[in-house]
Design a binder for this molecule. Structure first.
Ligand code: NAD
Length: 484
């Protein structure tokens, strides 16, 4: 049986306290994960602090960047192993992990290594009150030991999205992968040793949140900053932990994202775009669309077209050719999503398609598959319209005017992402500017340039990462003023 060990100070460490990792597609146990406790957290923090004072702390930015490029190259060399690990943990379609998760996991190291090498800091010259001259310039230094707390939906991609810039800036990291997806973070430890990243720079501790590795990391006084992706409620708990010592946080949290389709949109492209944003990764994407608003003249036609698309998605395990919809991550998450499917019906929804569990053959009957589901007819107050479900489902409602669409999209506590479909440039700009989100896509979805800001407004996050924005979080900027 596969053992997922902690990675502390360059070595793989068993703790003997294990929990099971099950495959989402058939619910079979595929590994034992070794849970870290306070002692392992203390050891990792000590190793991370020692690395800051050792070879890593003294390393030139050029050499650091070279090493991070080597990390990316080694991930690509072991692409098939990373792919197999991610597929086993998540059950997502092969095409998704091979085109997005693993390549982006490698790219995160290269992009941020290059940004850190090439982005200058500010410098000003001024006249002093007595007529002299002074110059000031900014110098960046690493924040220290960073706690990186990760979710399970895009495990390698979202973890490296934080580890890449943190290491590029000269920090050390302690990663706590989700208890659901221990594999790729562990495998990355082998890569770090293989390319010569010094001990204590990248460490992995397994476990849960409260009363386990997650809480112990975030409460540890030797952790200088916490970057977290996950549920808004978890963010509240982590923020409370970080308050002790006034340590900075960067949060990428939940969403209840709207898709807005205007009658002048390229219809087929809009249908294809909303199909992806509602159902990709079985709806387990923070940026996914669970509320769709369609302008009235094309409402009926759009509902029918999205129904056809949903019903054409092939449901099955990763290796099934042409599979479009994998399983949900766990039995617990399946129960949560099916709970919302039931609530939708109780609250009076018209079920356009889905709403239950598909018939799956053989061992896959034990997997966490659910049907892609579309509802219409619910009031905006319904729980499935207000709360993040994180499943392959959406509600579609009609709207008449641009103002109405903006008001509907903004009527939520969350503010992560929106996707807008129109061919009118004026409409696109006006709506994009009026929507209260961190990310607005027009005639696209999940198209990312890693040099740009990423993050959420309102209850969807604190701060921005991406490009130079990552440097803001992962470094302390010092101003040095020199009187000439
Ligand atoms: P989660 O909040 O349940 O768990 C995330 C991580 O936090 C896990 O590693 C977990 O063990 C840990 N954790 C839980 N409680 C903790 C505590 N008290 N202290 C420290 N660590 C703790 O989230 P999830 O279910 O893994 O992921 C799904 C959620 O993530 C959704 O809400 C989704 O929208 C969000 N998400 C957001 C983004 C984004 O970029 N905004 C990206 C992906 C996922």
């Amino acid at each position: 049986m596969k053992q997922f060990l902690n990675f502390i100070n360059g070595e793989f460490v068993a703790t003997g306290r294990t929990f099971e990792k099950r495959a989402p597609a058939n619910n079979q146990v595929i590994g034992q994960v070794h849970e870290a406790g306070q002692a392992e957290v203390d050891a990792a923090v000590a190793a991370g602090r020692a690395a800051l004072k050792g070879e890593w702390g003294r390393m030139s930015v050029v050499r650091r960047a070279e090493l991070l490029h080597a990390v990316a190259d080694e991930i690509n060399r072991r692409f098939d192993e990373f792919l197999a690990a991610e597929l086993a943990d998540t059950g997502k379609p092969h095409s998704l992990a091979s085109h997005i998760d693993i390549p982006r996991g490698a790219a995160n190291f290269k992009v941020f290594a290059d940004i850190v090498k090439n982005v200058p800091t500010e410098s000003f010259q001024m006249t002093t009150p007595d007529g002299g001259t002074a110059i000031s310039y900014a110098a960046r230094s690493p924040l220290g030991v960073i706690g990186v707390i990760c979710p399970w939906n895009l495990p390698l991609l979202l973890m490296t999205w934080k580890v890449g810039p943190a290491l590029a800036c000269g920090n050390t990291v302690i990663v706590k992968p989700s208890e659901e997806t221990p594999a790729t973070a562990t495998l990355l430890g082998e890569v770090m040793n293989a390319v010569g990243i010094p001990k204590g720079v990248y460490q992995v501790l397994h476990g849960f949140g409260p009363g386990s590795a997650g809480e112990f990391i975030t409460r540890h006084p030797g952790i200088n900053g916490i970057t977290f992706t996950g549920e808004t409620r978890t963010g509240e708990a982590i923020m409370a932990a970080a308050a002790k010592g006034v340590r900075p946080v960067s949060f990428e949290l939940g969403g209840k994202n709207a898709g807005i389709v205007f009658a002048d949109a390229d219809f087929d492209k809009a249908v294809a775009g909303i199909t992806r944003s509602a159902f990709e990764n079985c709806g387990q994407v923070c940026l996914g669309t669970e509320r769709v608003y369609v302008q009235r003249p094309i409402f009926e036609k759009f509902v029918q077209a999205l129904k056809d698309k949903a019903e054409s998605l092939k449901i099955g395990p990763s290796e099934l050719p042409g599979v479009g919809l994998g399983p949900l991550i766990s039995a617990e998450h399946k129960a949560k999503v099916l709970g919302y499917y039931a609530q939708a019906v109780e609250q009076g929804a018209t079920v356009v398609t889905g709403g239950g569990v598909p018939d799956m053959p053989g061992e896959y009957a034990q997997g966490h598959f659910v049907q892609p589901t579309i509802w219409t007819g619910l009031p905006e107050t319904a729980s499935v319209i207000r709360e993040e479900i994180f499943g392959p489902c959406c509600h579609i409602a009609p709207f008449d005017t641009e103002e109405e669409a903006i008001a509907l999209a903004n009527a939520t506590d969350y503010g992560l992402a929106t996707t807008v479909w129109t061919q009118n440039l004026g409409t696109a700009h006006r709506v994009a500017n009026a929507i209260e989100v961190g990310l607005c896509w027009v005639n696209s979805w999940f198209l990312r340039d890693l040099r740009t800001a990423f993050g959420g407004a309102k209850a969807s996050g604190i701060g921005r990462e991406g490009g130079v924005h990552s440097l803001e979080f992962y470094t302390e900027t010092k101003n040095i003023m020199i009187r000439l």
